[in-house]
Design a protein around this ligand. Structure first.
Ligand code: GCU
Length: 371
């Protein structure tokens, strides 16, 4: 399996250095980690023009008890910001266990599906966001919709946070942020709020995403070290899956169907993945030493479970470098046999491309054990 990734991307040295030189912990932290982040910005996801805007403000517009048979308190929060192109609002829905007297850990879902999947009134209880289950296991359940950061279609980056923050009238550069980066930025703004919420243990917040949302969770978690646990569900191409030799969706497929997701530079790798200066195990390694979880599904051949597993294998050396156990696996596991010993968790679920209650309970088992 190793031959799929060239030696210089297997932690032997810095970019362009062909000598076999293993990294030291200090080199990782001070040189290689920032260098890899920069490579992903430059060649894949793009560069956000702003981090936390000075104009950022929060308004709790609902704080009510009696939800979920009295087990939960609901908050609705508006996260607002202004830029040269106007004002934006991210709507956060948050359920917190009513019985807890202490701050609780939380799962933040980046929702990329229809809004009924994140119903704050709980008339629809979708397995995509099983808030009742999350509450009953003692966690807070938080969700926002990607559309609040950037609608998921190709409009030349006029709407969403691109329209608000991009300098007007200047041509977009090859590394300007795409839509996945905009969603990741949105998740970090939600974190800005969660850090201030008196019910939330801000050092135990997980960011979760499915598919395009999983790609987003990884890019968000790679950059924003406040997230203690980063969870990718069925994220596949340009998510958790190794790109070189990947089955199913390729860089060309994704760039043609979703030209707005990544930056312009990424399109130059259509059909030539082998010259990318990174591969996706390096994105996973940016989460170290924090917790990481990757989930695959047997019928999700478009995402390619084997390539998602392989990325965990190749992210592990960075955890070891930091003195931690990363991924403990002899080979791809059987379905429904989660691997949760180290700081990288993984499972393969029987079935199709989806985010299910089974997946969620595996994430919570892992969080119970490690977070
Ligand atoms: C498409 C796309 C995938 C993506 C998926 C999703 O299938 O090709 O890359 O993960 O949509 O977001 O559901």
């Amino acid at each position: 399996m190793n031959q799929r990734i060239p030696e210089n991307l297997l932690w032997l040295g810095t970019q362009g250095n062909t000598e076999k030189m293993f990294l030291t912990e200090e080199q990782w932290r001070k040189e290689r980690r920032p260098e890899i982040l920069e490579l992903f910005r430059q060649h894949v996801y793009g560069r956000a023009p702003i981090d936390r805007p000075n104009s950022l403000r929060f308004e709790v517009i609902d704080h009510s008890s009696g939800w979920m048979n009295g087990k939960a308190v609901r908050k609705k929060v508006e996260i607002m910001f202004d830029g040269p192109g106007g004002t934006g609002v991210i709507h956060l829905y948050l359920f917190v266990p009513a019985t807890s007297s202490q701050r609780v850990p939380a799962f933040l879902l980046i929702c990329n599906r229809d809004k009924e999947n994140m119903d704050p009134d709980r008339e629809v209880q979708s397995p995509f966001w099983p808030a009742e289950d999350i509450i009953s296991r003692g966690y807070a359940a938080a969700v926002f919709h990607v559309e609040d950061a950037d609608p998921d279609f190709n409009d030349g980056f006029r709407n969403g946070v691109h329209g608000i923050f991009d300098p007007p009238q200047t041509p977009r550069s090859g590394d300007a942020w795409g839509t996945i980066a905009a969603w990741a930025w949105g998740a970090s703004r939600v974190m800005d709020y969660l850090e201030t919420d008196p019910d939330i243990a801000e050092d135990r917040i997980a960011v979760v995403g499915h598919s395009r949302g999983g790609k987003t969770a990884l890019w968000c978690g790679a950059q924003d070290e406040r997230f203690a646990l980063v969870i990718s569900n069925n994220s596949g191409c340009t998510g958790a899956a190794i790109t070189r030799g990947k089955k199913g969706e390729t860089v060309q497929d994704i760039n043609q169907r979703f030209p707005h997701w990544f930056n312009e530079n990424y399109k130059s790798y259509n059909g030539s993945e082998e010259v990318l200066p990174i591969d996706q195990h390096m994105l996973l390694a940016l989460v170290a030493p924090r917790l990481l979880y990757v989930a695959s599904a047997t019928e999700d051949t478009w995402a390619d479970p084997e390539s998602e597993f392989l990325a965990c294998i190749h992210a592990d050396p960075i955890y070891r470098l930091l003195g931690l156990v990363g991924f403990e696996a002899d080979g791809p596991p059987m379905p429904e046999t989660p691997l949760q010993q180290g700081r990288i968790g993984y499972h393969l679920r029987t079935g199709k491309h989806d985010l299910t209650r089974y997946d969620w309970h595996c994430f919570m088992d892992f969080a119970d054990a490690h977070m």
